[in-house]
Design a protein around this ligand. Structure first.
Ligand code: FPP
Length: 243
């Protein structure tokens, strides 16, 4: 797995892609048009992270709450994802990108689940960038599922309640194996996490930018990384000037 990272670069960037609908609306186009352009933003961002040497990228593509959207829009998003995976797998292999998914697959169409599993297998050997797509993902559900699993293990007598600690808890989350995100970016000016990586965001730097997701470019990414590199991360310790 990619473990080294250049100074100032975040090891793991997670992005809440927001603003596709408004981008389309500004052009008097249907929301689906914005999502299609959003998929181009995904391609650009994956390529930029691979080139810059960011080892982990996670994108929030569909939340467990997004089922509340009109069925046509949900279908559009699922077809976009199918088309992205089918079209992109060769390019991901060329760029040495390993794709993975977090989220509840049980509610997804069986053909999509098969496509997801196949694409994960086809890119499993790549080690330049670990690209994770959060699909039907919710941070609270992730935490509840981990708690349930540990409760089952305790009831079965395999662990004691005292054995539960941040490390054992994190190992039961869907993100187990991924480092916590150093930087979480949200586009479109909204300033909230919307149930994304609630546990994992404990010490993440948060950057909110006004750019709508379809306009997100390599330059926008580099500006966010630059802001990140100038932040002082303390992880609960005193500031440098106090020590
Ligand atoms: C938020 O914009 C965006 C989404 C809910 C979906 C993100 C999906 C994509 C970028 C395209 C497909 C993904 C992949 C991985 C190929 P919004 O619709 O909430 O925008 P709005 O707030 O302006 O309405």
């Amino acid at each position: 797995m990619p473990e080294t990272v250049a100074a100032g670069l975040p090891r793991h960037i997670a992005i809440i892609m927001d603003g596709n609908g408004r981008w389309a609306q500004q052009r008097y186009m249907p929301r689906a048009f914005g999502h299609r352009e959003g998929a181009e933003g995904v391609r650009r961002t994956v390529a930029a992270c691979a080139e810059l040497g960011v080892p982990y990228l996670t994108l929030f593509a569909f939340s467990s709450e997004n089922w509340k959207r009109p069925v046509e829009e949900v279908d559009d998003l699922m077809w976009l994802l199918r088309s992205y995976l089918l079209r992109e797998v060769n390019e991901l292999n060329r760029q040495q990108v390993r794709i993975g998914f977090i989220g509840d697959r049980s509610a997804l169409a069986p053909d999509l689940v098969t496509l997801i599993t196949t694409t994960e297998m086809q890119t499993l050997h790549n080690d330049r960038l670990v690209f994770t797509i959060a699909l039907n993902y919710g941070g609270q559900n992730d935490i509840i599922a981990a708690a349930q699993e540990l409760a089952r293990e305790a009831v079965a007598g395999h662990i004691l309640p005292e054995d539960i600690n941040p490390e054992s808890f994190a190992s039961k989350l869907m993100t187990s194996g991924l480092p916590d995100p150093d930087l979480i970016i949200r586009t479109s000016g909204e300033q909230r996490l919307s149930n994304f990586m609630l546990w994992q965001a404990a010490y993440s730097e948060l950057i909110f930018i006004d750019t709508l997701w379809p306009d997100f470019s390599r330059q926008t990414l580099e500006q966010a990384i630059d802001m990140f590199s100038r932040r002082e991360r303390r992880f609960g310790a005193a500031t440098r000037s106090q020590t």
